[in-house]
Write a protein that binds this ligand. Structure first.
Ligand code: IMP
Length: 425
């Protein structure tokens, strides 16, 4: 029986989804992105070769697997071509394995300029976006004025739409953000050139998915960012501009929710966050710095240092419910190897009350004090282990405690960046 599986992050992104998707890709017909854009950074390490994918699905290194970019993704033609070129230099036959929905909205240089100008103007209140133009591209989508991949087939229509967009955004750039305009002619010329490379990859992926489904093939849907960065369910306004939770699979691909069989949440054995926003279990101390160093917690897209903290079940509960998770995958367990005591946050103190549910109001979340359960560390290496029985008792106790608090089975543990450094349960 074929399985349609969703893999997504339960935290604020960077949970290690790329490795998991790559590993589970051995037996699938297709890997599908359904939201986000090149703000994502999925790192794959295979035979010591590191590949960072931003836009292209993580199945691209596998022969015989189709990689589909769904309509929910915002597509930067420039970033796409850059990534295709990088992969082709490495000998990956990208064109054979990649297809793009005709109704993906485009990320244009105007969106990038507005994203960056806006963050600068916000000053101390900046969101800490990746500066890739993601938010402004989704704004134009919802305002029903953006260019879509399909427009690349119709030069006249594309030029007219682009002119209107250019006038609109340049007016803002000059008069509101007091920065330089981007000439329409420049963007138009680039789009015509890039369109020639991209149009052969455009096809109705909703139809392709239906075909795979009818043949009873396995399909993997690959989430980007994390559930708490969801524009609706996440820690607004410190979120990304797409829905990152499981419901987005259906609207981001045209593959209905009843066709999905499994929804797996990837979670680090601790928590990280890039950019601004509340983070109750954040450790601004020696232990936080140890986690950052040992876990190499620097953004794969922007190189920014990630904030680190203890595992937080309150956040996890929201993710479990919002995504209807069927199982958990824990990554980077080995990062905790040297710690004497390991803490799990099970609730928050706020204004004399105990909260077990994540408050939607980010101002309230900022004031929450975590309530911890302490577990003894294992203080020996778990790096690269492949068998659950090899894990130290205290590491197993930590995993079991998370499993019990989550009320969900842990189906996989990642003990290192390489494909084989994995324990399948
Ligand atoms: P944007 O998606 O560039 O608009 O950024 C909005 C917020 O989402 C910022 O806090 C970013 O750091 C965060 N973000 C976006 N993409 C990722 C990701 O792939 N991993 C982690 N954080 C991300």
């Amino acid at each position: 029986m074929g399985k349609r599986t969703v893999i997504l992050g339960t935290q604020w992104g960077d949970e290690g989804k790329g490795k998991v998707v790559d590993l589970l890709t051995q037996n699938v017909a297709a890997v599908v992105r359904f939201q986000g854009g090149h703000n994502a950074g999925h790192t794959l390490i295979i035979n010591d070769n590191k590949t960072i994918l931003r836009l292209i699905p993580s199945g691209i290194l596998h022969e015989g697997v189709m990689n589909l970019i769904g309509n929910g993704v915002v597509l930067s033609p420039e970033a796409l071509i850059e990534e295709i070129t990088e992969l082709k230099v490495r000998g990956v036959p990208v064109e054979e394995r990649l297809r793009i929905s005709p109704v993906c909205n485009l990320v244009l240089p105007y969106h990038v300029a507005i994203d960056q100008a806006r963050e600068k103007m916000r000053g101390e209140d900046a969101i800490g976006t990746t500066g890739r133009g993601i938010g402004p591209a989704y704004e134009d989508k919802v305002a029903r004025r953006n260019l879509r991949a399909i427009d690349l087939f119709h030069p006249k229509q594309m030029a007219d739409k682009l002119k209107t967009l250019a006038d609109y955004h340049n007016f803002q750039l000059v008069n509101y953000y007091e920065t330089s305009p981007i000439p329409f002619e420049q963007v138009h010329e680039q789009l015509i050139q890039m369109g020639e490379k991209i149009t052969p990859l455009i096809t109705d992926i909703t139809v392709l998915l239906a075909e795979f489904y009818n043949q009873d093939d396995n399909i993997l849907f690959e989430g980007a960012q994390g559930s708490l960065l969801d524009i609706d369910i996440g820690t607004y306004p410190y979120v990304t501009s797409s829905n990152t939770t499981a419901g987005a699979v259906a609207c981001g691909t045209g593959f209905g929710p009843k066709y999905l069989d499994e929804i797996l949440g990837v979670t680090k054995a601790y928590i990280t966050r890039v950019g601004a926003g509340p983070f109750p279990t954040e450790l601004q101390n020696e232990i936080g710095r140890y986690m950052a160093k040992k876990g190499k917690e620097f953004g794969s897209v922007t190189g920014r240092a990630r904030r680190c903290g203890w595992f937080d079940v309150v956040l996890l509960r929201r993710s479990i419910q919002a995504n209807s998770l069927t199982g958990l995958i824990i990554t980077k367990l080995d990062v905790l190897d040297e710690l004497e005591t390991i803490r799990i946050c099970t609730g928050y103190h706020h204004a004399g009350e105990i909260l077990e549910t994540l408050p939607f109001d980010s101002n309230v979340l900022k004031e929450c004090e975590p309530i911890y359960e302490d577990l003894p560390g294992w203080q020996q290496s778990t790096y690269g282990l492949t068998d659950y029985k090899q894990l130290p008792d205290n590491a197993r106790a930590y995993i079991s405690r998370i499993e019990a608090l989550a009320g969900l089975p842990i189906v996989m543990l990642s003990t290192g960046p390489q494909r084989q450094e994995t324990i399948i349960l």
